[in-house]
Design a protein around this ligand. Structure first.
Ligand code: PLP
Length: 393
């Protein structure tokens, strides 16, 4: 039986060569390769500044730190995300205000943001943190307009959004990374490009970039990473509260090789999504993802919904059947407000965000990684269709 895992990274000879060169170079932690990764990533998204960090979680934390988030502050975000999005708010004594998602894109619903900003808790809100779910950019025109009207910062959780873009009023098709105040990307193993672990923050604001550069390495001078190099100095000053979020040159070596392949990797994801959409679109038990007009979808995830009323089995059993037939899947996302921590710490409870809960109850994420062969894609299609047709009500 064929086995198709949920994910396998697309690591090839370029990544291997870059890593070996980095290992042999005599400099393995943050150094010239990380600086090059920053420059090339900035160029890729068209951003003025890009700062490499250890992971997107650290990027989000630094972004909130840089805009001055502190105890008592609140940030509006989506419950339909990975915990990192909201977890970092707690690092700074702030709290998430969740609002529900759009039923078609699963992105944060701007109309619900507007409602939240009219409510009682709005006085503490300092920022909006949209998540470009699955690689489909949020409606940034509406989100930016709300932010401007209410004097809020916009921190984009762009963990899924390397390669995604959206048409903006007055700007045309714009890559994610230059829209909000700060955008935070992930290079985790499953992401559209990977450095095994890693993240990047982009911003057009030089002052925020300078603050983050210092905060990401213990609050040291920006060039303190050079202190063991012949061009560096042993002396460093501590300027501010800092964290240990630097990215090593070994990770950056992988990232540089991946970045050069980013468009090719995105195109492969898009082709797989097209094949899935064509194969599942006419099945009465399957609901394919909706892509909005004016969006360049990066397809980090392919989230299929089951029309459970047309099936004798639920989502969990559907996943088990696929597993028994060698197809790995996952579920994105388990809504944060249904989790113990968010209920205990912030008082959230199940039932508050019905759209997110409905999507969660019926969704599964299919394998969509560039290293999949055409045979793998065909096998996933055949297996999903058979699981649906064999279990119709
Ligand atoms: C939406 C979202 N935000 C943030 C993160 C955190 O990324 P990292 O693992 O690079 O810290 C993830 C990771 O899966 C994510 O999916």
């Amino acid at each position: 039986m064929r086995q198709v895992p949920f994910h396998r990274p697309a690591i090839g000879p370029d990544e291997e060569r870059e890593v070996i060169e980095a290992l042999r170079s005599g400099w393995i932690t943050t150094g010239p390769r990380t600086k090059r990764f920053e420059r090339e990533f900035a160029e890729y998204v068209g951003a003025r500044n890009a700062l490499a960090v250890a992971h997107c979680t650290g990027a989000l934390h630094l972004a909130l730190f840089a805009i001055g988030i502190g105890p008592g502050d609140a940030i509006i975000t989506t419950p339909f995300t990975f915990t990192a999005t909201a977890e970092v708010m707690g690092y700074l004594g702030a709290r998430p205000i969740f609002v529900d998602i759009e039923p078609d894109t699963f992105n944060i619903d701007p109309a619900k943001i507007e409602q939240a900003l009219a409510g009682e808790a709005a006085r503490d809100v300092r920022a909006i943190m949209p998540v470009h779910f699955a690689g489909q950019a949020c409606d940034m025109d509406r989100i930016l307009a709300l932010a401007r009207r209410h004097h809020l910062r916009v921190i984009e959780d762009a963990a899924h959004a390397v390669g995604s873009a959206r048409t903006l009023a007055g700007r045309g098709m714009t890559r994610i990374g230059t829209i909000g105040d700060l955008s935070c990307f992930s290079f985790y193993a499953t992401k559209n490009i990977t450095s095994a672990e890693g993240g990047m923050i982009t911003t057009e604001d030089d002052a925020l970039a300078a603050k983050i550069a210092v905060a990401s390495l213990h609050g040291m001078d920006r060039d303190a990473w050079k202190r063991y190099d012949s061009s560096g100095s042993w002396f460093y000053e501590i300027h501010d509260t800092g964290f240990k979020y630097n990215l090593s040159d070994i990770h950056s070596a992988i990232g540089l090789a991946q970045l050069r392949r980013a468009d090719e990797l995105t195109r492969r994801r898009q082709a797989i999504a097209r094949a899935y959409n064509a194969a599942f679109g006419d099945d009465p038990a399957l609901q394919i993802p909706v892509t909005e007009a004016g969006v360049e979808h990066a397809w980090h995830l392919y989230v299929l919904r089951l029309r459970t009323e047309a099936l004798k089995i639920d989502r969990n059993r559907f996943i088990e059947i696929l597993r028994e037939r060698g197809v790995g899947t996952s579920v994105h996302c388990i809504p944060l407000h249904t989790m113990h921590f968010y209920q205990r710490r912030y008082g959230y409870r199940a039932g508050q965000f019905p759209v997110a809960e409905d999507v969660y109850s019926r969704c599964l994420s299919l394998p969509i990684f560039p290293a999949m062969s055409d045979e793998d894609v065909a096998y996933v299609i055949e297996t999903v269709r058979a699981a649906a047709s064999g279990n119709r009500r």
